[in-house]
Design a binder for this molecule. Structure first.
Ligand SMILES: O=P(O)(O)OC[C@H]1O[C@H](OP(=O)(O)OP(=O)(O)O)[C@H](O)[C@@H]1O
Ligand SMILES: NC(=O)CC[C@H](N)C(=O)O
Ligand SMILES: [Mg+2]
Length: 551
C-alpha cells in the first residue's frame, strides 16, 4: 500500500511543500520504505526530493525549503513491484510531453504486455522495474498521441480513459502537469482509495487530493469527495472538472483497507474506518462467545495487539463483559512491522516493538485480539512472549478470516507459501503459531461490519480470503509468476546478490550522487536526482541509509 497526495494552492507564491510534508507524515502508515515530493514552481519548473526512508528522515527544513511552488505531489512507498531501490521512490517524472509528475498506489497485473507495448510500439524506455513508472509512461504516451502544442482538459480525460483500457489492476493516482494543474484518477473497480477536498482562502480555493480523508481533515480542508471508480478529476486554479472516463466496473474497494491499512480516523468511500473496526469487534465477540462455549474454555482478560486491533478489541471485550487490558506496550518509535521488507526484519521488529507485561498475563487465560493474521509473524512472537511471562492459555481472535491467497492489488503478499493459513485449517493454524486456540471472524460478518455503513457498496475486494480477483486476469500461471519474482526467499537471494537488502537494513548503501550501470542497461541512481537528471535538491546527506526503523 502506498500513500499519494496532491496539493494545489490558490496563491502560487505560497510554497506547498511544508503542507505536503505534513500530509505525507499522516500517510506514513501506508508506506515506510521511501517517500518523495515534487513541486512545480515559476515557469513550470519542477523541484524534487525523494529517497528511501521515512518522511521525518528525508525531509528536514532545508530540503523542504528547496521545494518551490504552489502545487505539488507527494508519495510514501510500500513496494509491491520492482525493488526497494531509491530509483523506484516516487513521484516519477517524464519530461515529454509537457512535463508530467506521477504518484501511484496499487499494483498492475498486466505489466508484461504493457512493457512489450512500451518497447515495440511506443518506443519509450522504462528505467526501473516499477509498475508505476510504466503506468506513467502509458499515460504520457496517450497524451503524446494528441500531437498538440498545448493540450486541454478533453485531451487529458481522453488520455486517461485510453490508459484505463490498456492497463489492468489497481491504481489510485495523482499526476501533475507542469504549469497546468493536478489530476486524480482511480481504476474502474475502485480498489484503492483516493479522494479530494477544498479549502477556502481569501483569494480562492486550495485543493487537496489524498489517499485518505485524515489528511484533508488535519489541514483544514472540507467537503471530502471520493474519486469514483473510472473517474478522473482535473484541478487547476480555474477550478475542478470531473469526468467519468471509463465505464465503472464492479465497484470493489479492498476490504483490507478497513481491516488494517487505513487510519481509523479516515472515512473511505463513505465508511468510517473507526466505526467499521468497532463493528468488527462486535461481530467477532459473537463468534468468540460461541467457540469458547463449545470448547468449554473461559477467558480472564482481553488484550489487544497494538496498534491496529485496539478499536476492535475494546468493543469485543465490552460485548463479552470481560476486562480489557493493555498487556503489550508498544515502542512508539518502531513502525508497522507487516509492511517491512524481509521476514527477518519483520520478526526482529515485532520483538523490538512489543513488550509483554507479566502482571497482565501471569496465571491467566488471555484472549489476544488482532486485526489479521497474515504470515503469522506477529502472533507467533507475541504468543511466545505471553507464555514467557506466565500466561496459562493463549487464545487468539482475528478480526479478519484466514488469509489464504496472495494480494495482487497493492499489498505485498505475493506468495501463498508465506501465508500461515495457506493449506491449513484452523486448528493447524493455531498449532503453527503456538496458540491454544484461534478464532477467526467469518467473511460475511467482516463484510457486514463495513457494508452496514454504506449499503450502496455491494462488493468488496476480498481476494485474500476467497482467491477471487475482481479484475480477472489472475490465474494460476500469473500467481506462480509473481511468486517466482517476489516471494521472500527469491527476494532475499536477489538482495544478497545486489546488496540491496543490506542497504535497507541500514548496514550498507550507496554514496550520494553515484550513478552506476545496472542490469539490462538500467541506471541505478543512488541519489535523489531532480527531474531531468539535474542534480538535485534532495537531502544533502547520503540517501538510502536513513530508515529509522531498520536499524
Ligand atoms: O501475521 P503477520 O504477518 O504478522 O501480519 C499481521 C500483523 O501485522 C500488522 O501489524 P503491524 O505491526 O504491521 O501494524 P500495527 O502496529 O498497525 O498493528 C497487523 O496489525 C497484524 O498485527
Ligand atoms: N503499495 C503500492 O501501492 C505500491 C505502488 C507500486 N506498485 C510500487 O511498488 O511502487
Ligand atoms: Mg498489528
Amino acid at each position: 500500500m502506498c500513500g499519494i497526495l496532491g496539493l494545489l494552492l490558490n496563491d502560487p507564491n505560497i510554497d506547498c511543500a511544508p503542507e505536503i510534508c505534513e500530509g505525507l507524515s499522516l500517510l506514513q502508515h501506508r508506506g515506510q520504505d521511501a517517500c518523495g515530493i515534487v513541486t512545480c514552481g515559476p515557469k513550470g519548473r519542477f523541484f524534487q526530493c525523494k529517497a528511501n526512508g521515512m518522511v521525518r528522515d528525508i525531509f528536514d527544513e532545508k530540503s523542504v525549503q528547496k521545494l518551490i511552488g504552489g502545487m505539488g505531489v507527494g508519495h510514501v512507498r510500500y513496494p509491491t513491484a520492482g525493488s526497494f531501490n531509491n530509483a523506484e521512490a516516487q513521484p516519477f517524472y517524464v519530461n515529454s510531453p509537457y512535463g508530467i509528475v506521477f504518484a501511484h498506489n496499487g499494483n498492475l497485473i498486466n505489466t508484461t504486455s504493457l512493457l512489450h507495448f512500451m518497447d515495440a510500439t511506443a518506443h519509450r524506455h522504462i528505467n526501473t522495474s516499477s509498475d508505476s513508472e510504466l503506468l506513467l509512461n502509458i499515460f504520457a504516451n496517450n497524451l503524446q498521441q494528441t500531437g498538440k502544442f498545448r493540450i486541454n482538459e478533453d485531451d487529458i480525460f481522453t488520455a486517461i480513459g485510453g490508459m484505463m483500457k490498456q492497463v489492468k489492476g489497481a491504481y489510485a493516482c495523482v499526476a501533475m502537469l507542469a504549469g497546468f494543474g493536478i489530476i486524480a484518477f482511480r481504476d474502474p473497480n475502485g480498489i484503492r482509495p483516493v479522494g479530494m477536498a477544498s479549502r477556502k482562502t481569501a483569494t480562492g480555493n486550495d485543493y487537496i487530493i489524498a489517499s485518505e480523508s485524515v489528511v484533508a481533515d488535519a489541514s483544514g480542508f472540507s467537503e471530502w469527495s471520493d474519486v469514483n471508480p473510472g473517474e478522473a478529476i482535473i484541478i487547476t486554479r480555474a477550478g475542478v472538472t470531473r469526468r467519468q472516463v471509463h465505464e465503472p466496473e464492479i465497484f470493489a474497494p479492498d476490504i483490507f483497507e478497513y481491516v488494517y491499512f487505513a487510519r481509523p480516523d479516515s472515512v473511505l468511500d463513505g465508511v468510517s474506518v473507526y466505526r467499521s473496526r468497532m463493528a468488527m469487534g462486535d461481530a467477532l465477540a459473537v463468534e468468540v462467545r460461541r467457540v469458547l462455549a463449545q470448547r468449554r474454555i473461559s477467558v480472564d482478560v482481553v488484550i489487544p495487539v497494538p496498534d491496529t486491533s485496539r478499536v476492535a478489541a475494546l468493543n469485543l471485550a465490552q460485548k463479552l463483559n470481560l476486562p480489557y487490558r493493555e498487556g503489550f506496550i508498544k515502542n512508539r518509535y518502531i513502525g508497522r512491522t507487516f509492511i517491512m521488507p524481509g521476514q527477518q526484519m519483520r520478526k526482529k521488529n515485532v520483538r523490538r516493538k512489543l513488550n509483554a507485561m507479566a502482571l497482565e498475563f501471569a496465571d491467566k487465560n488471555v484472549l489476544l485480539v488482532d486485526d489479521s493474521i497474515v504470515r503469522g509473524t506477529t502472533s507467533k512472537e507475541i504468543i511466545q512472549m505471553a507464555k514467557d511471562v506466565g500466561a496459562k492459555k493463549v487464545i487468539v481472535a482475528s478480526c479478519a478470516p484466514p488469509i489464504r491467497y496472495p494480494n495482487v492489488y497493492g499489498i505485498d503478499m505475493p506468495s501463498r507459501n508465506e501465508l500461515v493459513a495457506y493449506g491449513r485449517h484452523e486448528d493447524s493454524i493455531a498449532g503453527a503459531i503456538g496458540a491454544d486456540l484461534v478464532i477467526f471472524q467469518t467473511l460475511p460478518d467482516l463484510i457486514e461490519s463495513v457494508r452496514q455503513f454504506n449499503t450502496s457498496i455491494n462488493v468488496f475486494d476480498c481476494s485474500v480470503f476467497t482467491g477471487e480477483y475482481v479484475t480477472g486476469g489472475v490465474d494460476e500461471s500469473y500467481l506462480s509468476h509473481i511468486e517466482s519474482l517476489r516471494a521472500d526467499n527469491v527476494r532475499s537471494k536477489v538482495a544478497a546478490m545486489t546488496g540491496e537488502l543490506s542497504a535497507q537494513e541500514g548496514k550498507g548503501g550507496g554514496g550520494a550522487g553515484v550513478a552506476v550501470n545496472g542490469v539490462n542497461g538500467r541506471q541505478t541512481v543512488l541519489t535523489s536526482n531532480g527531474p531531468s537528471g539535474q542534480n538535485g535538491n534532495g537531502p544533502d546527506d547520503t540517501v538510502g541509509l536513513h530508515n529509522s526503523w531498520y536499524s
